[in-house]
Design a protein around this ligand. Structure first.
Ligand code: PMP
Length: 360
């Protein structure tokens, strides 16, 4: 492990060493089966045990109530952008709150399937903040309200979710799921692509209130149909067997270290250190406004784009990789998901300090 670097990528992203070690141990011969998990039939007894344990572990970790189902869906979060309106719209309008690029993509995809009402769009502030509740302009009787919990590209995160009364709140938690405890009952549907805090790319997790799964239009493609997925226990066809196994390992790791309260504590500490340093170093300017800052994606710039590029290059040479910001925001972005240790953030701060002194 000693030649591993600190990977600040937005996703796919770092896995905890503990998770990788476990995977390596089990790679060639999973629990005496004589084969790797990758080679197992998804219908085999051995794999079904992994599958059920992963679901049960996720339910324990997130304290998912009995009236919610866990579905493993194909197509990542983008697949969910398309399946959500097809399953939940039912001829009504859906409200979308646009706080960033992925929220916008979700709305654009939904428009292909029915009426979409934009309840808010933060483009004027370049998506640097999360709106106040009174800035959200909901339609009369929406089928659901969609928000993006953490805006990966812009580095903003909802601290308190909007009150929506009886309308199902649908939330994209792709970049902050498992980073802190949440109250699942506040939502109709929570979904996330797996490749950040849930392991590796290849599927999406959907946690959905049971009563929202009903009378699905038979024209909805089977692979996107929540009712069929539930009926077939997420095995309508071959599921993403290995990524689901990796999620199980991530869940085990989180439970071993003390669960979501403990990881939240660690995440707050990491983010606070980094934001404090940025706030106290005029060479760096943060993108997100203070009260909207993400614990997962920290966005900032140096005084000019050439220095941003030099920063990213020199950081890589110092074992700190993937710090270049997304092209929509420019600058730099440090994604500090669950698996990024505090030492990684401390090394980054040391480097930032040196870089500011040399170039300021
Ligand atoms: N939503 C958010 C918040 C994301 O960060 C991403 C990917 N970075 C997506 C959706 C798209 O995810 P996927 O690649 O799994 O479709």
């Amino acid at each position: 492990m000693e030649d591993r670097i600190y990977n600040f990528a937005a996703g796919p992203s770092m896995l905890a060493d503990e998770v990788l070690i476990k995977i390596k141990e089990e790679l060639f011969n999973y629990k005496g089966s004589g084969m790797s998990v990758m080679e197992m039939s998804h219908r085999s007894k051995g794999y079904l045990e992994i599958f059920e344990n992963t679901k049960a572990g996720l339910r324990r970790l997130l304290e998912i109530p009995e009236d919610y189902e866990i579905l493993f869906m194909h197509g990542g979060a983008t697949g969910m952008f398309a399946s959500i309106p097809q399953n939940l719209l039912k001829g009504k309008t859906a409200d979308y709150v646009i706080t960033g690029n992925f929220a916008k993509k979700a709305a654009q995809e939904a428009e292909k399937f029915g009426d979409v009402h934009i309840a808010y769009d933060g483009k004027e502030n370049n998506y640097s903040l999360i709106p106040d509740e009174n800035e959200l302009n909901f339609s009369e009787d929406p089928a659901y309200i969609h928000i993006c919990a953490n805006n990966t590209i812009y580095g903003t995160e909802w601290k308190k979710f909007p009150k929506v009364e009886s309308v199902p709140l649908v939330v994209d938690m792709s970049s902050d799921i498992l980073s802190k405890p949440i109250n699942v009952s506040d939502f109709g549907l929570i979904y996330a692509g797996a490749q950040k805090n849930m392991g590796i790319a290849g599927f999406a997790v959907a946690i959905i209130r049971k009563d929202l799964i009903s009378e699905t239009d038979p024209k909805v493609p089977s692979i996107m149909n929540y009712e069929l997925s539930l009926k077939n226990d997420s095995m309508l066809n071959t599921p993403a067997t290995y990524p689901i196994y990796v999620l199980g390992k991530v869940v085990e790791w989180l439970e071993e270290i003390g669960g979501l309260k403990e990881i939240e504590k660690r995440n707050i500490l990491k983010a606070q250190k980094l934001y404090d340093f940025i706030d106290n170093t005029p060479f760096y300017r943060p993108h997100a406004q203070k009260e909207s800052r993400s614990l997962m994606n920290v966005t900032f710039t140096t005084p000019d784009p050439e220095l941003d590029a030099a920063f990213a290059k020199q950081a890589t040479e110092n074992g700190l990789s993937n710090l270049k910001g997304h092209r929509l925001v420019g600058g730099l972005r440090a994604s500090i998901y669950n698996a990024m240790p505090l030492t990684g953030v401390e090394k980054l701060i040391d480097f930032m300090d040196r870089f500011a002194k040399e170039n300021g």
